[in-house]
Each structure stands twice: as structure tokens, then as C-alpha cells.
Design a protein around this ligand. Structure first.
Ligand SMILES: CC(C)(COP(=O)(O)OP(=O)(O)OC[C@H]1O[C@@H](n2cnc3c(N)ncnc32)[C@H](O)[C@@H]1OP(=O)(O)O)[C@@H](O)C(=O)NCCC(=O)NCCS
Length: 164
């Protein structure tokens, strides 16, 4: 297993993994229309490019042989604070439950510490079972946030934080 930093050339692969993973993750939580709206908003190639080039997000891919299993994206010093925000973490359904998610979170934690950040921070849908994964990884729920994302859609999130 290798962890590599994604470049522009990897963006179609990231988009592909998202489209494979989101229906299984959110099918029971969000409407089909909201899933399609959010995928288009966050995973078009121009949107991914702007996340990397303008918003300081770094994407790390987990690679096994020729195959990409999933990705995490993070942003150091989010909102000018010494905290690293994990914006996205998605593994293909067949690659979940094998320790890869823990490896990605720990990797980002190491990078955050090297950059003198004191905590990892993320938003997660309140009904996503990933909440249990984050708790296992040492995150605590520190708040609730309902975000209006347009077109009548809402994100109902917990804010979770892990001290480093
Ligand atoms: C959430 C996700 C990233 C976790 O990665 P993973 O590789 O499946 O998880 P791991 O195998 O590394 O699990 C690490 C530990 O957390 C535990 N864990 C995993 N999922 C859990 C859950 N839902 N509830 C409680 N514990 C959980 C595992 O048992 C493991 O514990 P152990 O160290 O005692 O064995 C992955 O399952 C995924 O991509 N899910 C779908 C997408 C998603 O929901 N992303 C998050 C969006 S905010």
C-alpha cells in the first residue's frame, strides 16, 4: 500500500471513486437528487482543480498495485487557526473495513503535527455511520451545523475534532 499526493492527472480517478462510493454511503440518508447535486458541485474537474489550486486542499490517494482504493483531502491551518480540516475521506466499498481509513487519518495527523497544527477537524453527516469510525479514531463531537447548500438542500452535520 502506497500513499501518494494527487496531481491534476489523478482528478478523474478521484471523481470516479466518489461516484462509486457516494450512492452506497448516502443512499439511505439523502435523496438521489441531493446526491447528484452534491457530486456535481464537489467533484466536477473544475471544482476539484479549484479546491487544490485556490483553496489549499491536498488530496492523498491510497494505491495498491495499479488500483486506487480511496482518498483523503485535507487543509492545513484552516480558517487561519492551527487546525487541519479533513474535507473528504472516501474508500471504494470493497476497500472499507480493512484499516485503510485509519491509515489515511493517521497520515494526515502526522502531517498536521509536522506543521504544528494542534487538532484535526471535520464535518460529518449526523446520520453517517462514519461517526462511529471517527469516534474510534479519537474524534469528539464538538458541535452541530446545518448548512444550506442551495437548491433547497441541507447538510445536517456534526463538527468533530481530534486533539493532536
Ligand atoms: C469511513 C471510512 C473512511 C472508514 O475507513 P475504513 O478503512 O473502512 O475503516 P478502518 O478499517 O480503518 O477502521 C478503523 C477502526 O474503526 C472501526 N470502525 C470502522 N467503521 C466503524 C463504525 N462505523 N463504527 C464504529 N467503529 C468503526 C474499525 O472497527 C477499526 O477498529 P479497530 O482498529 O479496532 O479494528 C470508510 O469506511 C468509508 O470510506 N466509508 C464510506 C464513505 C464515508 O462515509 N466517508 C466519510 C464521509 S464524512
Amino acid at each position: 500500500m502506497k500513499l501518494i499526493t494527487a496531481t491534476q492527472a489523478h482528478l478523474p480517478e478521484i471523481k470516479h471513486i466518489a461516484y462509486e462510493t457516494w450512492p452506497a454511503t448516502f443512499g439511505a440518508i439523502l435523496s438521489e437528487k441531493q446526491i447528484a447535486y452534491m457530486l456535481d458541485w464537489m467533484y466536477s474537474i473544475p471544482s476539484l482543480t479549484s479546491q487544490i489550486e485556490e483553496r489549499g486542499h491536498v488530496f492523498i490517494l491510497a494505491q495498491e498495485g495499479d488500483e486506487y482504493l480511496g482518498y483523503v483531502s485535507y487543509e492545513l491551518n484552516c480558517n487561519g487557526l492551527p487546525k487541519t480540516k479533513i474535507h473528504k475521506i472516501y474508500l471504494l466499498p470493497a476497500s472499507q473495513g480493512k484499516g485503510v481509513g485509519a491509515m489515511l487519518i493517521n497520515h494526515v495527523g502526522e502531517i498536521a503535527t509536522e506543521n504544528e497544527n494542534k487538532a484535526l477537524l471535520l464535518n460529518v453527516n449526523r446520520y453517517n455511520k462514519a461517526v462511529g469510525f471517527y469516534e474510534k479514531m479519537g474524534f469528539n463531537i464538538v458541535g452541530n451545523e446545518n448548512i444550506d447548500i442551495g437548491d433547497g438542500f441541507l447538510m445536517e452535520d456534526y463538527i468533530m475534532e481530534k486533539p493532536l
